[in-house]
Design a protein around this ligand. Sequence first.
Ligand code: 13P
Length: 252
Amino acid sequence: MRKNIVAGNWKMNTTLQEGVALAEEVNAAVKATKHNCDVVICVPFTHLATINDKTCRETLGLGAENCADHKSGAYTGEVSAAMVASTGATYVILGHSERRQYYGETSETLREKVALAFENNLTPIFCIGEVLEERENGTYFDVVKKQIVDALFHLSAEDFGKIILAYEPVWAIGTGKTATADQAEDMHAFIRGVIAEKYGNEVADNTSILYGGSCKPSNAKELFAKPDVDGGLIGGASLKCADFMGIVEAFN
Ligand code: 13P
């Protein structure tokens, strides 16, 4: 059966020293607390190796927030999937809406990134989600289906089975405006149906689909209680250990 997962996405926050301190705090808290989910932190590239060496082996999964769409070479400033893997990280967030919106990521580049993640044994946490206009004009199911089909449906069932999906309605990210648990469940059930149509029920049932967008201790329990919501991808609330733990404990 699929896993429950709570993953932090630190985005462009914390210096190395602050990030190591936060990871150590989260690691200790997760270790000391009963938790019924996998806990992952996705952190800036600069922090990966140090956090891996100091803390992560104990209780936390560790991931990057992105990787390059090329293997290696003359791409100044880029960080490859192989480099991420060489730090000890085993996850990578791909296709976050901020990358799509500010850095022009397309399904085409994301297909390359997914392939390189797999080549390097990284588990993609693949983000999808509609913008406010698409929510309001009622095209959100079509938009999310197209994001999945275009970037992922060339994969074999075996490879697709290695993906973690994160539904992040863009209008809920960092806005304090969460999707209701019913809105999240409607979309997650729809996504699982789309996967089942292509790959069958077994693959669909085994795919973890996380919710992201203003998830906090106060709403996590209700969201995670929904049958198709398998955890969360947490932005702002992952930067404070107590808030992040409040979300992790929503599975207890
Ligand atoms: P917030 O939790 O800050 O809304 O961010 C969600 C997100 O983008 C996680 O990837």
